[in-house]
Design a protein around this ligand. Structure first.
Ligand code: HPA
Length: 246
């Protein structure tokens, strides 16, 4: 089995069922990762876990050192990353608490460090990003969901916004016209950095709320927390099934 990492986002700062073997604080040429890397076992299979927003959750999406996180995972020999993230639902099927394995990305972020290869140390790298998520990992996650009896969407376009604020109705309408099904804040440059280092990467996106304007009124924190509670419990089951199949 290849070395697997799980990056946990909002609602998943720790992984239930993970037997912790080692905690490592790594330094990288790009600075400090979000948190200690936790090496352990899930269902008797080795896995590395990283809390994307730190532990406790203190790093806003634009302040996350994505380069240090991905570089650290590479240093640990990680070949596959499952990135769990909370998102807003834009199109009709993306209802709160639903799990989605997206297949495409539109990047609306700015001023984030996008590449490892821009400081004169290495030749500039132009990765192919036709398929931003690993088709192999996506298929395995879809198979695991079916085995675990969890209803998911096996495709969708993830629009990545800068945050940390949520969007306006007009912004969500524009994203929908662009073809986005989901909106989140952490999918980029995480996915492209993984690709730069030849790490397979897939996202388990958990819908926390209807995106702005897709339901009555404003988006509230209790609503987000309640939906994430359900969605993350299913995500934990999905991950266990995924690891069981690997
Ligand atoms: N927008 C952006 N990111 C999010 C949302 C949202 O509505 N919900 C959870 N993450």
């Amino acid at each position: 089995m290849t070395q697997l990492a799980i990056i946990g986002g909002t609602g998943l700062t720790q992984l239930s069922g993970l037997t912790i073997i080692k905690r490592e604080q790594l330094t990288t040429p790009y600075g400090s990762p979000s948190a200690d890397f936790i090496t352990g076992e899930l269902n008797q299979k080795p896995v590395v876990f990283l809390a994307r927003h730190g532990n406790p959750h203190t790093l806003a999406p634009h302040k996350i050192n994505y380069r240090a996180n991905i570089w650290g995972l590479k240093q640990l020999g990680v070949e596959d990353i499952i990135a769990v993230a909370a998102v807003g639902g834009i199109t009709a099927a993306m209802q709160p608490a639903h799990i989605v394995i997206p297949d495409q990305i539109i990047d609306y972020t700015y001023s984030r460090k996008q590449t490892f290869f821009d400081d004169g140390n290495y030749p500039v790298k132009h990765i192919d990003f036709t398929f931003p998520y690993s088709p192999t990992l996506r298929s395995a996650l879809i198979a695991a969901a079916s085995q675990a009896g969890i209803t998911i969407s096996g495709r969708g376009t993830y629009g990545c916004t800068q945050g940390p604020r949520l969007e306006t109705i007009a912004e969500i309408n524009r994203m929908e016209r662009d073809g986005c099904d989901l909106v989140g804040m952490t999918g980029m440059p995480e996915a492209s950095l993984a690709k730069e280092l030849d790490i397979n990467y897939a996202s388990v996106s958990v819908v926390a709320n209807w995106a702005a304007g897709k339901s009555e009124g404003e988006i509230t924190m209790p609503e987000i927390e309640q939906n994430l509670h359900i969605g993350m419990a299913n995500t934990a089951k999905l991950l266990e099934a995924f690891i069981g199949l690997a």
